[in-house]
Write a protein that binds this ligand. Sequence first.
Ligand code: BES
Ligand code: MN
Ligand code: ZN
Length: 517
Amino acid sequence: MELKLIAQDLMQTSKTTCDALIVLVPESFAQSKAKTTGNLTDVISQALKDGDFETKTGKLLQIYRSNHTSATRTVLVGAGDGSVKSVKTAVTAAVASIKSTSSKKVVICLSELSKISAESVKAAVLCAADASYVYTSTKTKVEPRKLTSITVAVDKDALNATDLIAAQVYITPAMSGIEFAKEWGNRPANHATPDLLGKAAKSLSKYKNISVDVLGLKEVTKLGMGSFMSVAQGSDQPLRFIVLKYNGAAKSVAPTVLVGKGITFDTGGISLKPAPEMDEMKFDMCGAASVLGTFRALAGIQPKINVVGLIPACENMPSGKAVKPGDVVTSMSGQTIENLNTDAEGRLVLCDALTYAERFKPAAVIDIATLTGACVIALGAVRSGLFSANDDLANALLKAGESSGDPCWRMPLDDEYGEGLKSNFADMANVAGRAAGSVTAAKFLQKFTASYPWAHLDIAGTAWKSGAVKGSTGRPVLLLLNYLLNLEKNTALAGVLPASTAIKKVAKKAPKTAVKV
Ligand code: BES
Ligand code: MN
Ligand code: ZN
């Protein structure tokens, strides 16, 4: 797939030979006064006057072999106020309308948008690429992707050359990152085992500045990751702990650590989930997939930053060896945990990865997890849940989400929410009551993050779609990527999030007797 940005106006663009020309027409479109239809501007003006077309976002008018363009199909699409959101909606609608055609080369004209931002340009091209993605891994008769080239035209006065070049550098790696995340998210669990996930991560070490280590049971035992191991013990698939490093800056620059939940299949364990839609629990490694996708994008962009990716990967299965409700395990931090519901396994694998993250003296740690059904109830599929006690970090993530069109919404972390996590037999339980389930899950994770600025993204509602369009969305790769690229751009912000210096011990090592029988 070739993605290209060019600076030219509507008239020039209408003369470009292509299979489909998509023209975004905003409310601010300057209608021509001409009574005849001498050019495309006249045609659009006439269609608006006749009431056959509207500038309302997503409204469509298709023209076949128009005399006024060199395209086989011309699609006019309303772009409303021209915001990033409207551009995304408009492009999605227009690309969907030509999906069944044999269009290979598509040109999207944004030249009529008066206040175009680099964000809208990126959104337009990524949206079109997204709509044309085809899953291939486990299909024998794949209909290959029809679209091979997307060109976006912008008015040369609307966007300066530097922004245009920056956007061009960004789009192809961003698309590759999203597609890497989607492909691994979509793979069924028997084709995306912890070991295969480790190999997928390893495949990224061929890129400049990326190195990958994959740890197995022996190493993880040595590290004392008792909580992570307790989740993995019910499965015949060996666990993997994946460590990725992207080093684009000097060694002295504190890294940002991304921690992705990598449950390759979540049956619930002994606290077994009901059968309907259980297949969708293959998506329970979408946090991990978003970390891999972000690294894939970093590989292409090569920003001057340091990033570490951590992925605890395993299955959550019921078996004779599985962890049981009531079992108490010792986490790597030394804190003991009573497992009151084996289906609350995500936090149990993440907490050990969060403790492992301390060794990098990180500028910030962001975990990404399909953590709770409660987050789906709270926020649906529109925004991911964002939890952080650090305002600067939270605001930076909120901003990255808005500008990339991959938004999140800040949720509370008041201490009162953590009260339900008390246990009679361990330092904490892994579940509280039903109320505020996504918040109590975050409160659990917070107990392992005292040494650095931390944020948690609950992507249970946003990582994949159900029903006829079932599939991974590749979210929140763009949110993470934009957050990281802003760090590079904004050194002032890097100052706000200093490298954590003295690592405080989160908790004293629990007395050995706590787990002795
Ligand atoms: N992976 C699930 C969360 C999930 C469920 C995401 C449905 C998307 C759709 C997670 O491991 C889980 O099972 N969480 C439990 C926690 C509960 C036992 C406290 C949940 O949300 O029901
Ligand atoms: Mn679960
Ligand atoms: Zn899960």
